[in-house]
Design a protein around this ligand. Structure first.
Ligand SMILES: NC(=O)C1=CN([C@@H]2O[C@H](COP(=O)(O)OP(=O)(O)OC[C@H]3O[C@@H](n4cnc5c(N)ncnc54)[C@H](O)[C@@H]3O)[C@@H](O)[C@H]2O)C=CC1
Ligand SMILES: NCC(=O)COP(=O)(O)O
Length: 343
C-alpha cells in the first residue's frame, strides 16, 4: 500500500549533491515503495543524470518527467522527476561545476512547491557544504537556508532548530555548525531558552507528546563540577533552565553529558538538548546511524533529511543503504499528518 503524505500531496525530495549518494538512495527507496509502504514523493533533478545513475547501479527503474501535481499519480509506476532545468554532469564521487548550482536550485524549487501547497513537506538529500560555498551558498546548511527563505518570502522570522530523531533518542545541538572555539561565546541563556521553547512546542504539536521532557547537557566535564571545571554550566545553562521551568516547561540539567546517553538515562527524557554539534550527533549516530532522521523544527513546514552525508566514497557503487532516507520519508509523512511518531 502506498500511503498518502497529506491531503493527496507528495513529498518533495531535493537532489542533494549530485555526485554523492543522494541519487542512489532516492532510486533505492522508490524501488522499495511497496514493501516499505512509502508515501508518494518526487525528486527535483535532471532525469538524464538520474537515469545514468540507475544504469550504473544496475537498477531497472522507470523514471517519469512530471509536475508536483501529477507526481502522486505517477508514483506507483515510475519515479517522478520534476525537471530542474539545469544540466547535471557530475559523476559519482566527483563534484563538478554543475553540482552546486543544481543542488541549490533543487532546494529552492522544493521550498517553492511546499510554500505553494503543491508538496506536503520537504525531504532533503545530503549536500556537500564546501561545494555549495563555491557556488555562492551563504548558509551553514539546509537548516539555516530554509529559515532564510521563509523570511525572505514574507514569513515570520524563525529560528530554525536542528533535531536528530530516532525511536530511541532525539538530540538537539543548540549551537550547530560553528567552530568549537566559538561555542562558549555563542552560548547564551537567550539562545538556550529560545531553542528549548521551539523544541517543547514542536514535540507537543508535531510529535504529539503531551508534556515533552527536555534534558539539557552541561558544557564542561561533569557539568562543571559546581564551578570547579568551568563556569558556563552554572552561569549560562542553569539560569536558562530556571527560566524554562518557570514557564512550565519540563526541563532539567545541566546534566553531565557523558552519562546522559546510556540506555536507562535515555528513557528519562524525550529530547536531549546539547551545547554543541558533536555532543549531540555522536551519541545518535553511534546508536542509530541507519535509522536516525534530521528534522528541522521551528519552520512553517516539515523538513526532514537522512542523518548521514554525501558519502562520496561509495556513491554509485551499490553499497549505500537507503534506510535513513526511508526513515526521513516516513517521518515527514507522519509529521505532516500529525500522526504520533513516538509510537
Ligand atoms: N544533511 C546534509 O546535507 C549533510 C551533509 N553532510 C556533508 O557530507 C559530506 C561528507 O561527510 P562525512 O563526514 O564524510 O559523512 P558521511 O555521512 O557522508 O560518511 C561517513 C561514512 O559513513 C558512510 N555512509 C554514510 N551514509 C551511508 C549510507 N546511507 N549507507 C552506507 N554507508 C554510509 C560513508 O560511506 C562514510 O564511510 C560533507 O561535505 C558534509 O558537509 C554531512 C552530514 C549531513
Ligand atoms: N551534521 C548535520 C548536518 O550537516 C546537516 O545540516 P543541514 O544541512 O541539515 O543544516
Amino acid at each position: 500500500m502506498i500511503r498518502d503524505a497529506g491531503a493527496g500531496r507528495p513529498l518533495a525530495v531535493t537532489l542533494g549533491e549530485p555526485s554523492g549518494i543522494g541519487p542512489d538512495i532516492t532510486l533505492l527507496a522508490w524501488q522499495r515503495r511497496h514493501s516499505e509502504e512509502l508515501p508518494p514523493f518526487y525528486v527535483v533533478g535532471d532525469i538524464g543524470h538520474l537515469k545514468a545513475r540507475a544504469a550504473q547501479l544496475n537498477l531497472d527503474i522507470k523514471l517519469a518527467s512530471t509536475t508536483p501535481r501529477e507526481a502522486s499519480r505517477a508514483f506507483a509506476d515510475a519515479l517522478p522527476v520534476v525537471p530542474l532545468g539545469l544540466p547535471v554532469t557530475a559523476r559519482p564521487g566527483t563534484p563538478d561545476a554543475t553540482s552546486g548550482p543544481a543542488a541549490i536550485a533543487s532546494i529552492r524549487r522544493c521550498f517553492d512547491d511546499v510554500m505553494r501547497g503543491d508538496a506536503a513537506a520537504i525531504v532533503t538529500n545530503p549536500i556537500a557544504k564546501a561545494v555549495l560555498y563555491d557556488a555562492g551558498f551563504r548558509d551553514p546548511g539546509h537548516t539555516e537556508y530554509l529559515a532564510r527563505l521563509v523570511k525572505e518570502n514574507g514569513g515570520e522570522t524563525v529560528q530554525p532548530v536542528m533535531m536528530l530523531w530516532s525511536p530511541d533518542l532525539a538530540v538537539v545541538p543548540i549551537t550547530i555548525h560553528i567552530p568549537l572555539g566559538e561555542v562558549v561565546g555563542a552560548l547564551t541563556p537567550e539562545l538556550i531558552v529560545t531553542t528549548a521553547r521551539i523544541v517543547a512546542d514542536d514535540l507537543a504539536n508535531r510529535f504529539n507528546i503531551a508534556r515533552p521532557r527536555l534534558a539539557l547537557t552541561g558544557l564542561n566535564p561533569h557539568a562543571g563540577e559546581h564551578g570547579s571545571i568551568g563556569l558556563e554550566d552554572r552561569d549560562v545553562i542553569a539560569p536558562a533552565i530556571a527560566i524554562l521551568r518557570d514557564e512550565g516547561i519540563d526541563a532539567r540539567g545541566p546534566l553531565p553529558a557523558d552519562t546522559m546517553f546510556h540506555a536507562a538515562a535515555r528513557k528519562t527524557y524525550d529530547a536531549a538538548l546539547c551545547m554543541y554539534h558533536d555532543q549531540a550527533l555522536i551519541p545518535i549516530k553511534t546508536i542509530a546511524f541507519d535509522d536516525a532522521v534530521n528534522v528541522t523544527l521551528g519552520l512553517p513546514f516539515v523538513r526532514t533529511s537522512p542523518d548521514h552525508g554525501t558519502a562520496f566514497d561509495i556513491a554509485g557503487t551499490g553499497s549505500a543503504r537507503p534506510n535513513s532516507f526511508i526513515a526521513a520519508l516516513r517521518l515527514a509523512a507522519q509529521l505532516t499528518a500529525k500522526a504520533p511518531a513516538f509510537a
